[in-house]
Design a protein around this ligand. Structure first.
Ligand code: DQQ
Length: 659
């Protein structure tokens, strides 16, 4: 269906005078988690004391909290209507708390706005995975088994804030429609009484499934545990057995008891032994320990790290996998050889970002080195420049692809989360491929199954957006969308006004010769709330263009205590390419992919006006020297079915299968 665009506004939007500056908030301690299982805990105390004493003696770092560095927001530049406060330090990493992304507001039990139930209902997504209620954080152990995709996730069964961490479990045929299952694992043993933390699945050549996960013991020691399905022939993998001799790993000499977590999927080395890597921190450096094993019950620690990067702090949720240099499919984790690079990812506990680098894995000594030292892990690329953390990939043998999950964390107050009764969403799963064109980055792209949600589409061909103007795209309600937008710039032959390329920092209102331009999503008719997703190119002294891809959340809501900032990064736009973006809008979540997925930004927004039928979509051009010509295809998207599995309709046989 072709629809003519209808320009409804032609002037540069005004900044609302009632836009409140964000107040400064001090960080507060997180609420204590309710202690459960006192009897088990007490009975375990005596046994644990000797273990803990031993570990403490071995540990060179005190178990006390360290003060992490601040996470500088991309934009702190005050302007006439923005006054962004610097975030305070996140809450206790020693507790293993996966802090909200709104560090200054964690522990804040106030609510940030006079929210109504209708507003909260609207914020729930329609086709992203989220539990029915309560808190969720990291994706865990994703895998494919007998026709079902399995997603496990860090979950609090009792509250919408972090704690009591249990493995939630859901299955899907297509990574889009999900059925909730009973919990896979609960914190019911001394070695995971403080939480069944993050872990990964390994599928062995004989089809067995090994799950390694971190347990936070009753005494807050991080140990690694083994679990496996009770019945491999159950496609739903309903029952999980914790290995009776857990833990299989305790923190080794030199590693602090609270800095030893999140084992990866294992890969097979040339000597026939499996390797697992586990993140830690030593003398301020993020490190990844490597263990070898043949049976997943006993392990040998290698002398060297897989890799370390000074100054990057604790590495959580390390991921390590091969990508094909000239391939169009993903690779299973153990694949190695010519034409393959290895990607190393760490989730930086101090700054709560997922960082990666491409490089070479040396199987002879189990080390990895980045292609470009200046772009080492934590110094260069991020998976996602927005609200995104604790990601994990798995290899999907059905469609021969590597699929990436990531946790979209909240940026409101904990009071808001408690009031709405839930917290956090998982991203739409993304395929990961090496970018053959640039050779320097990966491409992330929503899994193809999301296209099954497409309803009617609207095309806009060559819409001209003049400097300083906004054009409405009349597509009706704009809350569930799959948007493809290409932009070309046409010089007006005017003098350059501002060639300093400040990147994303100045936000969508920072005008320059060539940008910014792009979309205003989740905007209301009067533009009192909006989230610009945009390009900001600038000429370089070498005669080319340097382009940034950005998302500006600062006018996305009228709520005061919501942590909003400008996100983004440089994106390579090659000579034969247009500026192109794909944007998935799902109520309060916006996932934006530039240039085929070279740069990705996830936004979590909390609009108060631009909701339900009032949510609109616009084009904007804040460049001073160019017209922008936009061509778009926009699909309305259906909602996914995400609901409890009708377990009463199946008859499962669950014989115990000893490991
Ligand atoms: N979340 C888990 C930890 C992990 C952290 C605890 C990352 O295992 O390091 O919920 O968000």
């Amino acid at each position: 269906m072709e629809t003519n665009p209808s320009p409804t506004a032609t002037s540069h939007y005004e900044h609302s005078s009632y836009y409140c500056p964000l107040p400064d908030h001090s960080s507060q301690p997180s609420p204590r988690r309710p202690l459960k299982g006192f009897a088990v805990i007490f009975a375990s105390m005596i046994f644990l004391m000797s273990l803990v004493t031993l570990i403490i003696i071995q540990s060179p770092e005190p178990a006390s909290l360290e003060k992490p560095e601040k996470d500088p927001p991309l934009s702190t530049k005050p302007s006439s209507f923005y006054n962004i406060s610097t975030p305070e330090v996140p809450r206790g990493v020693a507790e293993g708390v996966s802090a909200k992304s709104n560090p200054s507001l964690s522990g804040n039990h106030g609510v940030s706005y006079n929210w109504t139930n209708a507003m909260f209902s609207w914020q729930r997504t329609a086709y992203h995975f989220q539990p029915q209620k309560n808190w969720m954080n990291d994706p865990d152990g994703p895998l494919y088994h007998m026709g079902w995709y399995h997603l496990f996730y860090q979950y609090n069964p009792y509250s919408a804030v972090w704690g009591n961490i249990t493995w939630g479990h859901a299955v899907s045929r297509d990574l889009i429609h999900w059925l909730y299952l009973p919990f896979a694992m609960v914190p019911d043993q001394w070695y995971d009484a403080n939480g069944v933390w993050t872990g990964s699945a390994t599928i062995l050549p004989d089809g067995k499934i090994v799950m390694l996960y971190t347990g936070d013991t009753v005494d807050a020691v991080q140990v690694q545990n083994l679990a496996y399905p009770a019945n491999l022939s159950d496609p739903l993998l309903l029952d999980w057995v914790k290995y009776p001799k857990n833990p299989v790993l305790i923190p080794p000499i030199g590693i602090a008891i609270d800095k030893f977590r999140d084992p990866t999927t294992a890969w097979l080395g040339p000597d026939g032994k499996w390797r697992v890597t586990i993140g830690s921190k030593v003398n301020g450096a993020g490190v990844s320990l490597v263990y070898t094993t043949t049976n997943f019950t006993t392990f040998d620690l290698l002398d060297n790290y897989l890799h370390e990067v000074p100054g990057t702090g604790m590495w959580e949720c390390v991921d390590f996998y091969p990508v094909a240099i000239n391939g169009s499919t993903g690779l299973d984790t153990s694949v190695n050889g010519p034409g393959i690079k290895h990607l190393l990812k760490a989730s930086l506990d101090d700054t709560k970002v997922d960082v990666y680098a491409l490089g070479t894995y040396f199987a002879n000594n189990d080390t990895w080195a980045p292609d470009n030292l200046a772009e080492d892990v934590g110094l260069g690329l991020k998976y996602d420049y927005g609200r995104y953390y604790a990601s994990k990939t798995f290899y999907d043998p059905k469609l021969e692809r590597r699929v990436l999950w990531g946790w979209i964390n909240e940026t409101d107050t904990e009071g808001d989360d408690l009031a709405k009764g839930w917290s956090s969403v998982q991203t739409i799963p993304r395929t990961v491929l090496f970018d053959n064109k640039t050779g320097t980055n990966i491409l992330q792209w929503p899994v193809e199954e999301v296209e099954s949600l497409r309803l009617n589409s609207t095309d806009f061909e060559g819409v001209v957006v003049k400097p300083g103007s906004v054009v409405e795209l009349n597509i009706g309600t704009a809350t569930q969308l799959d948007i493809f937008a290409d932009f070309e710039i046409e010089s007006l032959g005017l003098e350059e006004t501002n060639e300093a390329n400040g990147g994303c920092r100045g936000g969508a209102v920072d005008r320059s010769s060539l940008g910014p331009f792009g979309l205003l999503v989740i905007a209301d008719e009067t533009l009192s709330e909006l989230t610009p997703i945009y390009f900001r190119p600038a000429n370089t002294s070498a005669g080319g263009l340097k382009t940034y891809f950005c998302a500006d959340e600062r006018r996305s809501t009228k709520a005061n205590d919501v942590f909003n900032q400008v996100y983004g990064s440089q994106v390579p736009v090659l000579d034969d390419e247009k500026f192109s973006m794909r944007v998935l809008v799902d109520h309060s979540i916006v996932e934006s992919f530039a240039q085929g997925g070279r740069t990705v930004i996830t936004s979590r927004v909390y609009p108060t006006e631009a909701i339900y039928g009032a949510a609109r979509l616009f084009l904007f051009n804040n460049a001073t020297r160019v017209n922008v010509k936009a061509t778009l295809k926009i699909w309305q998207l259906n909602s996914a079915f995400i609901r409890p599995f009708p377990l009463d309709q199946i008859d499962t046989v669950k014989p115990l299968q000893p490991f």
